[in-house]
Design a protein around this ligand. Structure first.
Ligand SMILES: O=C(O)COP(=O)(O)O
Ligand SMILES: [Mg+2]
Length: 222
């Protein structure tokens, strides 16, 4: 077991860039949404840097990139609706689990940890994706970016998770790939563990000063 899990009982996991490599499917949905508006298509590398603040900000960043200026409200509304439509049609076509995820989640659950999922993704996409990978049963609670009044980097969803788990923030851990996970974790009083392989706007996750950077989820059980 990783030493920072000592004495802890609740672990909150981020989804995109932490458990799943979702950028290929996000790219297809964003590209289709932009083409629907007569705009040009981004690449996977473009989209990777736009992920992390939820779907609305993703679409806003994509439109700003395509037009060279922030979108007007009507264009945004059309493109956002198109993105939701296209992503809902194929959230799992090209998405894969990162190495070590399945074994770590089942191992930690069997070791007695309460596992929760806190993503900035819209809540409606959580169940289809977790069901696809047969992971829904690992989590006691799953929160999306629109489940509560605030999303990460706000500590609100993490504090809510601790409350639902009936434990103090000091015995909770946040595991994530982006500065928003680490900022939320620090503000909530959680221990923070970071993965370097995900999506962090092109910055090294160590810059956010998590309590530790681990190479993969396998290190949680090692
Ligand atoms: O939808 C996003 O922007 C990212 O979601 P995440 O919080 O699971 O990384
Ligand atoms: Mg993430």
């Amino acid at each position: 077991m990783h030493p920072l899990l000592d004495g802890k009982c609740l672990i909150a996991f981020d989804l995109d860039g932490t458990l799943i490599d979702s950028v290929p499917d996000l790219t297809v949905a964003v590209a289709r949404a932009l083409v629907d508006q007569g705009l040009s298509m981004p690449t996977t590398d473009d989209v990777r840097d736009w992920v992390g603040n939820g779907a609305a900000v993703l679409v806003e960043r994509a439109l700003t990139w395509a037009q060279g200026a922030p979108p007007e409200a009507m264009l945004f509304d059309r493109a956002y609706a198109a993105f939701l439509h296209h992503y809902a049609a194929a959230p799992n076509q090209l998405t894969s689990l990162y190495p070590g995820v399945r074994a770590a989640l089942s191992g930690l659950r069997d070791a007695g940890f309460t596992l929760m999922l806190i993503t900035n993704k819209p809540e409606r996409f959580i169940t289809p994706i977790l069901d696809h990978f047969d992971l829904r049963g690992c989590f006691k609670l799953c929160l999306g970016g629109d489940s509560l009044a605030e999303k990460k980097p706000s500590p609100l969803p993490l504090l809510h998770a601790a409350q639902v788990g009936g434990v103090a923030p000091g015995v909770c851990v946040m595991v994530g790939d982006s500065r928003h996970d680490i900022a939320a974790g620090k503000a909530a009083g959680f221990v923070t563990l970071a993965l370097p392989y995900g999506y962090n706007h092109g910055e090294p996750i160590g810059d956010s000063e998590p309590d530790a950077v681990i190479a993969s989820l396998a290190e949680l059980m090692a």
